[in-house]
Design a protein around this ligand. Structure first.
Ligand SMILES: [Zn+2]
Length: 60
């Protein structure tokens, strides 16, 4: 089942929707996006943020 993460759901002013087949893939795409578009170093995501991101992942 495809999974989707919407930046908006994280309280960001961003209309990006990230889709992937697995949670691992989604988290990888999300960290790439966070680094490129939100200036958030992908290798340095605090566990609290990671937990928020995981909680915002929806099955599509
Ligand atoms: Zn975004």
């Amino acid at each position: 089942m495809p999974k989707v993460l919407r930046c908006r759901d994280l309280g960001l002013d961003c209309s990006k929707e990230i889709r992937a087949e697995t949670e691992d893939e989604l988290l990888k795409l999300a960290s790439d996006h966070a680094e490129k578009d939100h200036g958030m170093p992908a290798k340095n995501i605090p566990p609290s943020i990671l937990a928020m991101v995981k909680a915002a992942i929806r099955n599509e």
